[in-house]
Design a protein around this ligand. Structure first.
Ligand SMILES: *Cc1c(COP(=O)(O)O)cnc(C)c1O
Length: 411
């Protein structure tokens, strides 16, 4: 009989969101009249920018004409998109990133998982706690961990706690980590990193020969002019960092699918024979072999993000969600609840009132306010006592949810 990849059996059976769904369904069945508002899963709600839609409609027409029809495109993405990305997202901020270092893909979720294909199996891996679960689970699947403890921590990973005490920015570890996952602005905590903090990580990585995986999916939500948008704003990052970006959250592409990964030409890591190998070449080979590119239509939609109208429309979209986040922050703060994040990020990280556990607060909000959020403990043991509220929703839903919480939750 064929055998399986046993590492999959170590996974915590996708506990968090199924468990939320189970509790919400049970409540809805028992209370069919309840108007439940979901501020849980981090998906966008507002329609695509007009500029992106118009570009994709035109691209569909191109596909209908023999003269402009496109078959397979370059696995790395069309040059016209990669050049716009390099110019607008990096060179305009003083980052030395070339179009050839941009790899267009169908998502950052896949890229942050797939990147492990080009790394060895004996690397020491560091993640924050709480963390975006994809980083952990893809390492479990690849066999880079032992089994999970009762608290859900996998043997063999370095967990770096992020709490209010360290402003949700991990302390640089004393031990050596070969691969480090950083996400700023952060999902789930909504925290951001200063240039000084990222410089510490880059210095650490260069001293230890580590590679930083920098997930900047929420970069567009940064409004503070002093905060870095890209790790390549940091001196030395071209020698130690891979950056992941996505059109999911800035342009509402969660269902349209387009993202990109930056692999600088200057990045190297060690082969078994001790030689230093270019990571760009390996990632290029990986993508060319296992991936056939993003559809022409979708890349045209992504390109439109960089047009004048596209820039104005995506900015308005991001500002809409940021205003939701502001409303959430202000209403909860006024109700005496301690909140973090939600300023340069679409997530508000709530300290559960009255020392409730994350799941107890989840149940309380569901039962007394009919509002759904995400228990912080679902993102890691250090998320216990916290709760994530997403700003991705309609204004009406956000205002109604906050009205219910301020009227029904006593602190
Ligand atoms: C939403 C999100 C992404 C984007 O994923 P896509 O696959 O591009 O939709 C990446 N990282 C984090 C932390 C996210 O929350």
């Amino acid at each position: 009989m064929a055998t399986i990849n046993d590492n999959y059996l170590k996974l915590k059976a996708g506990y968090l969101f199924p468990e939320i769904a189970r509790r919400v369904t049970a409540f809805a069945e028992a209370n069919p009249e309840a108007q439940i508002i979901k501020l849980g899963i981090g998906d966008v709600t507002e329609p695509l920018p007009d500029a992106c839609r118009a570009a994709m409609i035109q691209a569909v027409e191109d596909m209908g004409d023999r003269a402009t029809f496109k078959g397979y495109g370059p696995e790395q993405g069309y040059a016209w998109l990669r050049e716009k990305i390099a110019a607008h997202d990096f060179q305009s901020r003083g980052c030395d990133v070339d179009a050839a270092e941009i790899f267009v893909s169908d998502g950052s979720k896949c890229d942050t998982g797939n990147i492990l294909d080009i790394f060895g199996h004996n690397n020491t891996i560091a993640v924050t706690d709480p963390v975006y679960p994809v980083y952990v689970d893809t390492n479990v699947m690849a066999g880079h961990t032992g089994s999970a403890s009762d608290q859900g921590e996998f043997e063999g990973l370095i967990y770096l706690p992020i709490t209010a005490d360290n402003h949700f920015t991990a302390q640089i570890p004393a031990q050596k980590a070969d691969l480090i996952y950083l996400c700023f602005p952060n999902n789930p905590t909504g925290a951001t990193a200063t240039k000084a903090h990222l410089q510490e990580w880059v210095d650490y990585a260069r001293e230890n020969g580590s590679i930083i995986f920098f997930d900047a999916a929420y970069e567009a939500f940064i409004t503070d002019p002093d905060l870095p948008h890209s790790i390549y704003e940091i001196e030395g990052a071209r020698e130690c960092a891979i950056e992941f970006r996505s059109f999911s959250k800035n342009a509402g592409f969660t269902g349209t699918r387009c993202a990109f990964t930056v692999v600088p030409r200057s990045l190297t890591a060690k082969a078994a024979d001790g030689s230093e190998v270019d990571l760009w070449k390996l990632w290029n080979r990986r993508q060319s072999t296992k991936f056939n590119g993003v559809s022409y239509i979708v890349q045209k939609g992504a390109e439109a993000v960089y047009s004048e109208e596209g820039q104005a429309q995506t900015k308005a979209l991001v500002n809409f969600y940021l205003e939701n986040a502001k409303i959430i922050r202000e209403k909860l703060t006024a109700a005496g609840i301690q909140v973090y994040g939600g300023v340069n990020a679409p997530y508000v990280w709530v300290q559960t009132p009255n020392q409730l556990s994350s799941w107890d607060f989840f149940d309380k909000l569901l039962h007394t306010c009919n509002v759904v959020g995400t228990p912080g403990s679902g993102f890691g043991a250090a998320g216990e006592g916290y709760f994530r509220i997403s700003a991705f929703n309609s204004r009406d839903n956000v205002e109604e949810a906050m009205r219910r919480i301020t009227e029904n939750v006593s602190v």
